[in-house]
Ligand binder design. Sequence first.
Ligand code: FAD
Length: 416
Amino acid sequence: MKAPKVVIIGGNMAGLSAARQLSGELDVTLVNPGDYCEWLPNIHELVSGTKEPDSLRIPLATVLERCGHRFLRDSVTELDTEQGRAVLASGRILPFDRCIVAVGGVNNPAGVPGAEARSLPFKSVRDAYAIHTRLCELVDDGERRGVTVVGAGLEGVEVLGEILRGFDRYQSLLDIHVVEAGQRLLPDAPARVDKGIRKASRPFPVKFHTGTRVAEVGPDSVTLDDGHQLDSALTIWTGGVMPHPRLRAWGLAASGGDAPVDEALRSRYCDQVFVVGDAADTGQGLQKQAYHAMAMGEQAAANVEAELRGEPTKAFQPAPKPQLITFGHLDCFLIFDRMVVAGMVLGQLKEAIYQVNMARLDPPSRPGPALSFYQRLYQGFWHSLWPHVTRLDTLRRLPKLRFYRQDGSGDEREHA
Ligand SMILES: Cc1cc2nc3c(=O)[nH]c(=O)nc-3n(C[C@H](O)[C@H](O)[C@H](O)COP(=O)(O)OP(=O)(O)OC[C@H]3O[C@@H](n4cnc5c(N)ncnc54)[C@H](O)[C@@H]3O)c2cc1C
């Protein structure tokens, strides 16, 4: 009997996690436009030069071959859910018995004129490295220039921290602006995080513009909605992600949103299709986070196998996870709903999470992955840990942890 065919669309965290879970006895094909799975939670470290692009990439062809699966560097353009087939940009057609859709979201320029053409997005290793390169060009020019970070959510704050970390010797050459529509930085986090970031930024040439939006991005400027114009030789767009437009075209989402799924992660519109990661709307208001994406990928794969064996599927149970936000070499915040733990030592936790997950997605069991594993460890030690323990100012701050709890009234108390 022929092995059932499974097609996975998208090969980043959710898609690769699904593929790794699926048995090599199935006929599995993963389609992704790029050759690599990229560990996005640490791409901000490319901006400062703390990490290098290869240390955040996992070669899909190699990992999938080890699992007994097929990798196609291509893009799915059409999904015919009635016939059970995916049509690729190359024209190739892949029939499937089950399909796992893991296409994530896309950059959201929010309809702001000039945002797409004149700012650099922050959604991939390539994007983050382009920002690093442009910053190097600006400081090499030797003239004072403006840099604007649009959005002060997790990505914007981490980018700002890395600019301060990587380019602190060039403070006299940079005017950094951060524009955030919310009333404070990281609007969803307790107010203490906003205070901590502003305080840590005080010695640097940073201006925060909160409660205001970008109205237009020009070639060398950013115009705010109050008419104020900022000089900006480099504009970095971290305005969040929006649902992938193909979800609607493929009949998996009704009105330009994410794809609704049931508790087994099956599409509410098509029985053979499971949707995972950032593309899925579980109805639970889950944050778009890497660990949810990986867990969904694994659960959907387990459900596909169960179903093909004629067994019942299991509900996806998201584990509660705190959010970890690094602010360059200056601070780090671990946020559990209303509780915040802050301190530079937590930056090492983010490094550990990165090392563990890269090793999990690409286990160092053979010479190639083992070499990448040791290179990542070596780079993490020299660029992330060593600079902290060899500078007296950072070493003094390293072991100190602060605890804040926000009570029901929104007041915050500091605990020793
Ligand atoms: C800058 C940044 C920082 C982040 N920091 C954190 C963090 O600190 N902690 C955390 O938990 N999460 C973080 N996240 C969120 C986390 O990275 C995402 O939740 C996670 O990447 C979602 O995984 P995914 O596989 O669902 O989607 P994605 O990672 O977006 O991957 C989707 C994949 O699908 C491919 N694809 C798209 N369209 C097609 C098509 N038509 N055919 C084939 N393939 C296609 C894409 O090329 C891509 O490879 C961050 C995200 C960003 C952008």
